[in-house]
Design a protein. Structure first.
Lengths: 590, 191, 179
């Protein structure tokens, strides 16, 4: 007889005096999910930009984007909607979210009686777990899907570059460009920032894939001056980049520059086949970005285009205004060569006056005016007509055309835009001790952030909150700029603070020359008076409709003389719009 | 198939009771839910902890039984392949009324991560009526218990009538079932 | 392992040698006619007694099926994958049941999922996973499984289509130019 076998089961009685093993959920105990438990989603609607990256990464197609608000710059107005009949709580969407708005709670119980109730939009449908947000899964800094740091751009040493007009920014190598291109998540929000709506994600994708030529051709679909844009664009796209919310935006501008720099002879690689001429002629005044763009794409569509340019080179302000250390001449020539190779005729050194305008107006089926804003604005203070006071634009023009300007040893540049920065950096390179005087603070400067940084790196001081009062003769042939200090006044909530003069105290700069860079305006003197009087204006620029058409028959306008943004990329956009406008106009006329 | 003596082609009769009796029955039924031990997908791994001592579902009268005949509840614990669906329908139809179905996990709602599979059905409630869905991939035992709490509430309130709907709309369900299960070889109703 | 491969090379024609992702894994590609000889040599002379798996890969671009025979040696604790390529238009091969009887099930599975016919396998036409399948074999890459799933099994959320945010943004911001 097995006595052990009989007694052994009785040992189970020792459990009778122990506390029960059972966890009495849900009656007595509610078990909360662990820290960083991957429970249900929450979405911060204000932070979310609707980039769709979560929907793109979701392997189960559980996330679909649905329209909630109107789209805006850098915000698609769409928001993710999650189907818990698909989700597997892998949290890839949380890991990839570029703004960090999508997060998870540690709540895990979701019971419904029908299957249709499992589709919800976090942030809009309130389901009662939102307050547990702090405990759930969040993006981990150690394991981040997004590469938040930009591949650094190599530059000349600041000390070295103030001595020379050689290009300051050196450009990406192939390896660096591929690494940078791979950071892009391809959401396309950058397109909302670009006035020209370039196909940014597509060409970045092509770079990441290693196909530079494809990338070049995508860029050339709507930008005939990519190397210029790659070097000096105001890069509005980068400010809308979804990666910019948590880290640094993708260096879209440098990538474009990289692509174009890979090809010496663009004619061989750009797939530009002009259609046969259709007999219609378009005259274009001004070979700036707007004029060149319109001419190039109109010619591709079969229109005969002819450009009249006063300067000995095409490029407009990008040639005359932008210093050569930012945009060297060979880069410009390369692009203009391609534009000329498709059949665009450019007449150099042929300024247009009112007589010639009449001729052009009669000869061509349509006229596109893109003469830009070549005249510097005045400060409207006493003594401004002093010979030592220069307009920045004239100063840069002379230098870029190879002339010399006697600016002396000490120069003050008045203004805070990109032109002011260019002028001060050029005068530093000419050997002067130069500095900037601006009426607001550094943060208010309209100039590009990177340009301001470069300026500071070159040892150029920026004096702020300075309001010029008058110009006087100084001792020993010098000139005096009398100025007062300003205080910043916040007049309205959310508006840009306004500088207000502090009365009573006056200071002065005694310098060899004063360079004024406080804006430019268009010069329309070449248009015959009868037309000019009829031309509808909007303050100091020409009023155009969305097809760049003015109120005068056959006349289109674009570029700085017809838009307030006044940068190269919006001029290119104007040119492209004019292409479509002229095409529509000419085909409807017949 | 009339010659097959194991199956009955007639549909079950519906018996109605007075409201008082009905309420009593509902109360009693909610207190004793026996689950047929039939796992269909990855979720069946969550059921052992639920019914054993850790979470001890028997506190609520939920316990496992071995055959469909004795069971009240069928848990569809995850994805259903077409092949499994056939068996699920047979198990479901063999269970005695009143009977309830609990769908666990994303797969039963809309296909889950197998949404594009050639062999797993996406919408289980097209083929058998489901009373309670529990989201998760897979839901934890606590969530399944919450699902049972909801099912009991539903039974007590007299709303858990999926089995009645199945009989009323049997033709519709059959049509859906026959769409995915080709060569339907089982009789019209095998209870 | 190198010695074994060297010995094999002396006897058979090895088309391609690859190193696996882990230390004890080697991949050899052989001609399809010599597969049986290679397998029986490895089984009898080189202690690869265990056939772990037979699998198939659809190389639709090359119009080929790849059959992989994964062997395991208990003594040496190494894996060896022997792979062959067969024509995709004529997916036929001889069974290896005479060498490894357990290949019967693997071949049956491949027959069902890829439609490769294994001559000499008596049970290969029986249903394995799928019952009453009437489409092309589902693991072939030209079978659109998402489309089939949506038609056959439905989608609870089919009204809302997948949206391309990039397109929405360019459409919205493009006032009229490119339309």
């Amino acid at each position: 007889m097995d006595i052990k076998g009989i007694l052994k089961p009785l040992t189970a009685w020792k459990r009778a005096f122990k506390p029960p093993h059972t966890i009495e959920v849900p009656n007595k105990v509610t078990r909360e999910g662990a820290e960083r438990y991957r429970g249900f989603h929450v979405n911060d609607m204000d932070k979310c930009i609707g980039c769709g990256t979560c929907a793109a990464i979701c392997e189960n197609e559980a996330i679909k984007m649905i329209p909630i608000n109107d789209p805006d710059k850098g915000n698609s107005g769409y928001r993710p909607r999650i189907d818990y009949g698909r989700c597997c709580w892998c949290a890839l969407c949380v890991d990839i979210c570029p703004t960090g708005s999508l997060e998870m709670t540690n709540e895990y119980t979701w019971v419904r009686e029908t299957g249709d109730e499992f589709i919800f939009t976090p942030g809009i449908d309130i389901i009662g777990h939102e307050d547990k947000k702090d405990k759930g899964f969040k993006k981990d800094d150690k394991l981040n899907f997004l590469h938040l740091e930009r591949v650094p751009m190599r530059e000349l040493d600041p000390k070295e570059r103030t001595q020379t007009f050689a290009e300051a920014v050196l450009g990406y190598s192939e390896e660096e460009a591929r690494a940078e291109a791979e950071r892009c998540v391809g959401c396309g929000l950058c397109i909302s920032g670009c006035p020209d709506r370039m196909h940014i994600p597509d060409y970045i994708r092509a770079i990441a894939e290693g196909n530079d030529q494809k990338s070049l051709n995508i860029i050339y679909e709507n930008n005939p001056l990519p190397e210029m844009c790659g070097k000096v664009c105001t890069r509005r796209c980068e400010f809308e980049c979804s990666l910019g919310h948590l880290g640094e935006p993708v260096a879209i501008r440098w990538l474009k520059r990289y692509v174009v720099e890979q090809f010496d002879d663009l004619k061989k690689y750009v797939d530009a086949k002009p259609e046969p001429l259709n007999g219609k002629k378009v005259g274009i005044i001004g070979a700036g970005p707007a004029g060149l763009t319109a001419a190039y794409y109109l010619r591709l569509k079969g229109y005969e285009t002819e450009i009249f340019e006063a300067a000995p080179k095409a490029g407009g302000m990008t040639f005359l205004g932008i210093p050569k250390y930012r945009f060297p001449i060979p880069s410009l020539d390369k692009q203009v060569e391609l534009i000329e190779s498709v059949g665009v005729k450019i007449n150099y050194n042929s300024p247009v006056d009112s007589k010639k305008f009449k001729k052009i107006y009669d000869k061509y089926d349509a006229v596109f005016i893109a003469t830009g804003a070549p005249k510097g604005m005045s400060m409207r203070i006493d003594g401004e007509d002093h010979p030592k006071v220069l307009a920045a634009i004239d100063f840069l023009k002379t230098i870029n055309l190879g002339g010399t300007v006697d600016i002396g040893k000490e120069v003050v540049v008045v203004g805070g835009g990109n032109v002011a920065i260019d002028a001060v950096r050029v005068s530093k390179r000419l050997g002067a001790n130069s500095y900037i005087a601006y009426r607001r603070r550094v943060v208010d400067m309209p100039a590009d952030e990177e340009e301001i940084e470069a300026t500071e790196a070159e040892g150029i001081p920026i004096y702020t909150q300075i309001i010029p009062l008058r110009v006087e003769d100084g001792p020993k042939g010098k000139v005096k700029l009398i100025y007062g200090k300003a205080k910043m006044v916040q007049e309205k909530e959310g508006a840009r603070p306004r500088p207000v003069l502090i009365e009573g105290k006056e200071y002065e700069y005694v310098v060899d020359s004063i360079i004024v860079a406080i804006g430019q305006r268009p010069d329309l003197d070449f248009i015959p008076e009868d037309i000019r009087n009829k031309l509808e204006m909007e303050k100091r620029i020409i009023k155009v409709d969305k097809r760049q058409m003015t109120n005068i028959d056959k006349v289109f306008a674009g570029g700085d003389l017809a838009n307030w943004t006044a940068d190269a990329i919006s001029a290119i956009a104007d040119g492209l719009r004019a292409v479509k406008g002229i095409e529509l106009y000419l085909s409807s006329k017949k | 198939m009339k010659d097959n003596k194991y199956f009955l082609d007639d549909r079950p009769e519906k018996i109605s009771y007075s409201e008082v009796w009905q309420k009593f029955f509902n109360w009693a039924r909610a207190k004793s839910l026996w689950v047929v031990a039939y796992g269909t997908g990855c979720g069946s791994i969550e059921i052992p902890p639920m019914v054993t001592s850790r979470f001890d579902a028997e506190r609520f009268g939920v316990s496992n039984v071995g055959t469909p005949r004795q069971a009240d509840v069928l848990i569809i614990s995850g994805y259903l392949a077409v092949k499994t669906l056939k068996r699920v329908i047979r198990v479901y139809e063999q269970m005695q009324s009143p009977k309830y179905v609990v769908g666990l996990g994303a797969c039963t709602v809309n296909g889950g991560m197998y949404y594009d599979s050639y062999n797993t059905v996406n919408l289980v409630d097209q083929y058998v009526p489901i009373d309670v869905f529990v989201a998760g991939c897979m839901p934890r035992p606590e969530a399944i218990l919450a699902g049972f709490a909801q099912l009991m509430k539903k039974i007590k309130e007299g709303r858990a009538d999926g089995w009645k709907q199945y009989l009323d709309n049997l033709d519709k369900y059959r049509k859906n079932q026959e769409k995915v299960i080709k060569n339907w070889k089982i009789p019209n109703y095998n209870w | 392992m190198e010695q074994t491969i060297k010995k094999l090379e002396n006897i058979f024609k090895i088309v391609k040698k690859e190193k696996g992702k882990r230390e004890n894994l080697n991949i050899l590609e052989v001609e399809k006619d010599s597969l049986h000889a290679v397998l029986s040599y490895l089984r009898d002379n080189e202690s690869f007694k265990h056939l772990a798996l037979v699998s198939c890969v659809d190389w639709i671009e090359d119009n080929k099926f790849q059959l992989s025979y994964i062997l395991w040696s208990y003594q040496r604790r190494v894996n060896l994958i022997i792979k062959i390529f067969i024509d995709r238009d004529k997916p036929e091969f001889k069974t290896i049941m005479n060498l490894f009887p357990q290949a019967e099930v693997y071949e049956r599975e491949i027959k069902e999922l890829y439609g490769v016919n294994f001559e000499g396998n008596p049970t290969q036409d029986e249903e394995f996973v799928l019952e009453d399948w009437d489409q092309i074999p589902p693991m072939r890459r030209d079978f659109d499984t998402l489309k089939y799933s949506n038609e056959m099994f439905g989608d609870r959320d089919s009204e809302v289509k997948k949206t391309n945010i990039r397109k929405i943004i360019s459409d919205y911001t493009d006032e009229w130019r490119r339309k």
